[in-house]
Unconditional design. Structure first.
Ligand SMILES: Nc1ncnc2c1ncn2[C@@H]1O[C@H](COP(=O)(O)OP(=O)(O)OP(=O)(O)O)[C@@H](O)[C@H]1O
Length: 280
């Protein structure tokens, strides 16, 4: 498999007041161009840390990330990040937020007319062309996320990194956003890594679901291939046997296999405590 993104033997150790803390240990993941990969795992296992290393915001302690043959050491326009909380500049309109990113990435390579056309095109893609001259405080949470996605897409990154992009939205808005993202993905075939806590979202959107073990020293536990035909329709899939099998595979990983790990470590801790009491 020729990988666009190659994460190999990545460790992440944080210095903390209590000493070094190994958040990630030996993370291996290869992602092909055009793949949509979700990262799922219990809270605190290290999903955002993986994304932050890929984004170049954190430097891995061991191993690392190669994107398109180049080692990643710092943030760059080849990787655009969409966060849970839009991160739009509040004093700029939706149009101006996207325009700023486009100007930063393309500089003088695009004329004024081309910039305008490109900004409008991307806002249209996320169905925000009707409100492009509104500021973030004048639009809803879902609309802000749409603008954040338009801004990321407009940068034409090699890879789109999404950290729970729909996590703060209500269920209905979230479904609309997932459908929009699938439409866009169908058209543009972006390479995407998306963190999610939502099992249905992971199965609906992904080509592969990367399930992470619990931390500390979290790593890739299992990877599930999602070969459901595209375009995918959430209502039809609700009755689909393969969809339901995949869904229960993820649930089993999270609530049986990873819970067991927690139980074992809790049991081990209890035993240790008991022994200490016996010694005392
Ligand atoms: N800058 C940091 N310094 C010290 N520890 C950190 C730092 N960033 C993350 N951690 C720790 O690393 C572990 C992984 O954190 P991370 O935020 O990547 O998890 P996550 O899976 O994204 O969690 P969530 O799903 O709750 O967002 C946690 O134990 C966290 O406390």
């Amino acid at each position: 498999m020729s990988a666009l993104l190659d994460i190999s033997q990545m460790d992440m150790v944080f210095d903390t007041p209590k000493g070094p803390f190994t958040a990630l240990k030996g993370v291996d993941l290869k992602i092909k161009k055009g793949e949509f990969v979700s990262l799922i795992g219990h809270s605190g296992c290290g999903k955002s840390t993986v994304l932050n290393v890929v984004a170049g915001l954190y430097q891995a302690s061991q191993g690392g990330v190669v994107l398109n043959g180049k080692e990643v050491n710092e943030p760059g326009p080849d990787r655009a990040v969409v966060f849970q909380n839009h991160s739009l500049l509040p004093w700029l309109t939706a149009y101006e937020n996207v325009e700023l990113a486009v100007k930063q990435v393309f500089g003088k390579a695009k004329s004024r007319a081309e910039v305008k056309e490109w900004v409008e095109h991307n806002l249209k893609l996320v169905h925000m062309d009707h409100a492009m001259h509104k500021r973030p405080d004048e639009i809803s949470g879902g609309m802000k996320q749409r603008v954040g996605i338009a801004r990321a897409l407009a940068m034409q990154p090699e890879i789109l990194l999404m950290d729970e992009p729909f996590g703060a939205l209500d269920a209905l808005t979230r479904s609309h956003m997932q459908d929009s993202l699938m439409e866009i993905q169908n058209e543009l075939n972006n390479t995407v890594i998306m963190i999610t806590h939502d099992v249905d979202e992971a199965v609906l959107l992904s080509d592969r679901i990367v399930m992470m073990t619990n931390g500390p020293a979290a790593t890739v536990g299992e990877i599930l291939d999602v070969t459901l035909e595209r375009p995918r329709d959430r209502l039809a899939l609700a009755e689909d046997a393969e969809y339901n099998r995949l869904r229960s595979e993820v649930l089993k990983f999270l609530y049986e296999k990873q819970r067991k790990v927690e139980h074992i470590s809790k049991a081990a801790a209890a035993k240790k405590e008991q022994k200490a009491e016996e010694v005392a």
